[in-house]
Design a protein around this ligand. Structure first.
Ligand code: HEC
Ligand code: HEC
Ligand code: HEC
Ligand code: HEC
Ligand code: HEC
Ligand code: HEC
Ligand code: HEC
Ligand code: HEC
Ligand code: HEC
Ligand code: HEC
Length: 290
């Protein structure tokens, strides 16, 4: 017991000693001569630990770590700093970030669509702010859809993944820093991505429906749809894209009887009978009816 307490006290003393050492970096004092306001903008609370500390100015990570030495600029502000992170330097500035952030999560970054289109770190992350909107609850949707308008408008459709509310996040399915899979998905395949939450669709089933095992997006839009249940088309047309001929006629139902009350047309149509369209284990599941 005693040794535990001694350990804690020693730890606290060590922390206090660290805090007492002014962490201001020598080459930053040059920047702060003119940019005191920048330091005061209050991202002292953020991990980079910049800005005004209640006890005085402390800079854990220096201005020049991100903006580069910028000697020409410090001598004459008309010259640009080495890295401004905007304009022509949008992508180049990422090098500064990556000099520290080269961990596993960013391993695919260089090959991602975002890096490839100069959509740099700063397109998503804000650094000189007390908080980073994209890391706030519900903030991700707003940041991503500031560019991806289609996904934003999708939220007004009849059926949708509840993304606007933050219940399902873009990053539940897409690795924001890029991934090995198509479309930067977080899992190797579309289906593995969906199974994260819809585990009951994984099976294995005695009777499996080939398109379901192959790719959920044969029938579902992952974001939103004007049709029920995120379906890419209404029934019976959805099924008829692939099933033209069946022992009971499949094509019959899109002719002039469309206005009628045929059970293959009304309501849930094909899934009135073929309710286990994702697969099943009962004998009748061979045609996905139970
Ligand atoms: C002599 C005063 C002075 C010093 C020293 C100075 N700056 Fe500046 N800096 C300015 C002024 C003035 C501007 C605004 C220039 C403008 O708007 O075109 C500026 C702008 C900037 C910008 C924004 C550029 C942009 O295009 O968005 C950055 C980043 C910057 N400084 C970083 C630094 C860093 C890092 C240092 C230290 C190495 C530094 N500054 C030292 C005066 C200074
Ligand atoms: C962790 C990286 C990082 C550090 C450290 C950093 N900056 Fe920045 N700074 C950026 C990025 C990225 C931008 C452009 C986008 C933004 O505002 O987030 C920027 C923008 C600026 C701007 C222009 C935009 C504005 O808000 O006026 C100035 C001036 C600036 N920084 C000065 C400084 C100074 C002075 C320091 C040191 C106290 C510093 N920066 C430390 C990353 C950093
Ligand atoms: C000198 C090293 C260094 C540089 C340069 C640097 N970072 Fe960091 N960053 C850190 C450390 C250390 C942490 C805290 C530990 C962690 O989360 O990995 C951190 C944390 C973060 C975080 C999570 C916490 C927060 O407050 O948001 C983000 C996002 C981030 N950095 C983005 C960036 C971006 C974008 C750049 C370039 C503009 C950058 N960093 C430049 C060292 C650095
Ligand atoms: C397309 C948007 C986007 C881009 C571009 C982007 N990030 Fe991120 N970043 C995110 C999201 C989303 C998160 C996760 C936030 C969360 O978990 O809530 C994140 C998290 C982080 C974190 C914190 C990780 C942790 O475990 O806490 C760091 C550090 C980071 N990013 C650094 C970077 C760096 C460096 C770059 C550029 C090389 C970059 N990001 C580019 C969207 C982006
Ligand atoms: C500053 C604008 C911008 C922001 C913010 C942004 N993106 Fe992108 N995104 C792009 C551009 C540009 C492309 C490449 C061209 C295209 O496909 O539209 C792209 C491509 C993509 C792709 C296709 C990737 C591929 O491998 O095919 C996905 C998925 C994506 N973004 C998701 C996101 C997510 C998730 C976020 C938020 C975490 C986000 N984006 C934030 C601009 C942005
Ligand atoms: C439930 C999982 C999921 C969520 C949540 C999700 N996506 Fe996707 N996204 C996908 C899948 C799967 C694809 C591949 C589409 C395909 O193969 O038809 C994709 C494709 C994309 C593409 C590239 C193709 C295109 O349609 O242009 C972009 C860009 C994109 N998503 C952006 C976003 C953004 C932004 C968000 C958040 C607002 C988001 N996604 C949320 C699963 C998801
Ligand atoms: C992060 C968890 C998550 C992931 C990953 C996910 N979903 Fe969902 N899904 C949900 C939630 C939450 C709902 C809404 C449930 C509700 O409203 O009752 C939902 C609803 C649905 C619905 C029914 C929509 C409706 O209108 O009732 C379908 C279909 C669906 N998801 C398909 C998919 C497909 C296909 C994928 C893979 C591309 C996927 N989901 C990935 C969480 C997820
Ligand atoms: C052959 C077309 C097809 C494929 C492929 C498909 N689904 Fe469906 N899915 C449907 C239909 C049709 C409905 C509506 C069921 C109804 O009307 O009874 C549905 C409904 C759903 C629902 C909401 C109702 C429920 O059963 O929970 C979820 C969730 C869902 N699908 C997830 C998935 C996932 C995950 C995949 C991939 C593993 C997938 N679907 C592949 C046709 C398909
Ligand atoms: C993307 C193409 C595709 C779509 C869309 C599709 N199916 Fe299938 N379906 C198949 C394939 C491939 C098989 C397996 C082929 C076989 O065994 O003859 C199959 C098998 C079946 C079987 C079993 C056939 C048998 O002989 O055992 C039924 C029943 C069935 N599907 C119903 C549906 C229904 C209902 C829908 C709409 C909700 C639908 N399918 C949508 C491709 C599709
Ligand atoms: C009234 C109930 C019912 C409706 C509605 C229905 N089916 Fe069927 N379907 C069956 C039954 C029962 C079988 C099994 C027949 C057998 O085993 O002899 C079957 C078999 C099938 C088969 C596989 C056997 C074959 O003949 O090739 C396919 C494919 C199929 N249906 C597709 C569809 C499609 C597509 C729709 C919507 C246009 C649909 N069904 C609507 C009852 C229905």
């Amino acid at each position: 017991m005693h040794s535990t307490w001694r350990g804690i006290v020693a730890g606290l003393l060590a922390l206090a000693a660290l805090a007492a050492v002014p962490a201001l970096q020598a080459d930053d004092s040059a920047c702060l001569m003119c940019h005191r306001d920048q330091a005061a903008k209050g991202f002292g609370l953020r991990a980079h630990g910049l800005g005004a500390d209640p006890r005085g100015e402390q800079t854990a990570i220096g201005c020049t770590d991100c903006h580069g030495a910028s000697e020409a600029h410090a001598a004459s502000p008309r010259a640009a700093p080495d890295f401004t992170f905007h304009g022509e330097q949008a992508g180049a500035g990422d090098e500064a970030c990556l000099s520290c952030h080269s961990d596993a999560g960013l391993g695919h970054w260089a090959f991602s669509e975002h890096a490839g289109t100069d959509t740099g770190c700063v397109a998503c992350h804000s650094l000189h702010t007390p908080t980073d909107p994209i890391q706030e609850t519900g903030g991700e949707f707003a940041v991503c859809t500031s560019c991806h308008q289609q996904e934003k408008h999708g939220q007004m459709k009849f059926s949708r993944h509840p993304m606007q509310e933050g219940l399902v996040k873009c990053s539940d399915c897409h690795a924001p820093h890029g991934g090995a899979a198509m479309n930067g998905l977080v899992q190797p395949t579309v289906n593995e991505t969906c199974y994260q939450c819809h585990a009951e669709k994984r099976g294995p089933f005695l009777f499996e429906h080939e398109p379901v095992q192959d790719d959920c997006t044969h029938c579902h839009d992952p974001h939103a749809s004007v049709n029920d249940q995120l379906l890419t088309a209404r029934q019976p047309f959805l099924c008829q894209q692939c099933h033209i001929a069946s022992r009971h006629p499949g094509t019959l139902y899109d002719d002039d009887r469309l206005g009628g009350r045929d059970i293959n047309i009304i309501g849930q149509s094909c899934t009135n009978c073929h309710s286990q369209v994702h697969g099943g284990n009962q004998p009748a599941s061979s045609t996905f009816r139970r």
